[in-house]
Ligand binder design. Structure first.
Ligand SMILES: [Zn+2]
Length: 321
């Protein structure tokens, strides 16, 4: 199931098939029964990684799951319940992965991988489970105390919130909204920029975090102006993708730059920014002068949506979006 704007299909991390069964999170009897059911599958995640084999996640049975913060991920249409546990992955050894096949007894072919590495390779079910699990684990791992009085909090609602045992305050997982936008000029050329932190040939569209008390559209206008000196109009939403590295939600937009403006790059954030025609962009990628963000990123999809089809990947692995 892929939800979103028709222009942006198949966003790797926006896929999911498992029902989050939010009403079950406070049904402790149901939770306990599910955890005792040997058909239940547990995904262990640590530092944004999980064990994978070939192009699928490696699950363990509840009785084989390591100790760690536990959270309910959901229930599949076939009745299988999925939990996540935030704990060191450990070896994919003899006692290890359920359903990974005979070869897994020696750990063969089982490796730790991140969403960046396998986000586009996983099935819809597994992509959704890993994205959900990594996002929750990242929150639990970094929000361990009550922000009001520093008391260690206790997970609640099947791991989807945390409660302070001292003052009873309730705390929920954080998601940081970020805008990412493709700006075009009157000739329908797109604005691509290179961040100072990126490798030399890498370019992408502009992005930035939404500030407190700001709408996403306002953030688009502000960020484009701050980074390039360009004023944009006609800001429109095109789709979103969770990006839990560690906790972003990328909100995709298109915007227009009226004629008669010149680019003034903010040198602290960007090393360069310029307009690219479709032909110019394709030629530069082909010549090895430019490299686009990887297919797992929403940036790549927004650029290809503007371009009108897939673009070659001169730069595909190991990068950051
Ligand atoms: Zn407290």
């Amino acid at each position: 199931m892929t939800l979103g704007h028709p222009a942006l299909q198949n966003l790797a991390l926006s896929r999911a098939t498992v029902d989050r069964v939010t009403k079950r999170r406070t049904d402790q009897d149901w939770i306990d029964a599910a955890w005792k059911d040997p058909r239940t599958r547990v995904l262990v995640v640590h530092d944004g990684q999980a064990l994978v084999r070939d192009e699928g996640l490696v699950f363990v049975a509840p009785e084989e799951a390591p100790a760690g913060t536990r959270f309910l991920l959901g229930e599949d249409a076939d009745g299988t319940v999925y939990f996540g546990v935030s704990a060191p992955l450990g070896p994919a050894g003899p006692a290890g992965p359920v359903g990974a096949g005979p070869a897994s007894t020696a750990g063969t072919g089982v490796r730790a991988a991140s969403l960046r590495e396998v986000g586009t390779l996983l099935s819809d079910r597994d992509a959704g489970l890993l994205t959900h699990a990594v996002a929750l684990a990242n929150w639990h791992d970094t929000h361990v105390r009550c922000p009001l009085d520093g008391t260690p909090t206790v997970p609640d609602a099947a791991g989807h919130s945390a409660v302070c045992p001292k003052d009873g305050s309730e705390h929920f997982p954080r998601t940081d909204p970020a805008v990412i936008m493709l700006v075009t000029d009157p000739e329908d050329r797109c604005l691509l920029a290179r961040n100072t932190a990126w490798p030399p040939r890498r370019v992408s569209i502009l992005a930035g975090f939404v500030e407190p008390g700001e709408s996403a559209e306002q953030a688009v206008i502000r960020e484009v102006a701050e980074e390039t000196g360009i004023t944009v109009t006609n800001v429109r939403y095109v789709g979103s993708q969770p990006w839990p590295m560690p906790r972003s939600l990328m909100l995709g937009f298109r915007a227009d730059a009226p004629a008669g403006q010149s680019i003034a790059v903010d040198q602290e954030e960007l090393t360069e920014a310029r307009w690219w025609s479709r032909a110019g962009l394709l030629a530069a990628i082909g010549a090895g002068e430019l490299a686009l963000p990887p297919s797992v990123s929403i940036a790549r999809h927004i650029i290809e949506d503007w371009y009108g089809g897939p673009l070659p990947s001169a730069w595909t692995t190991g990068g950051r979006s």
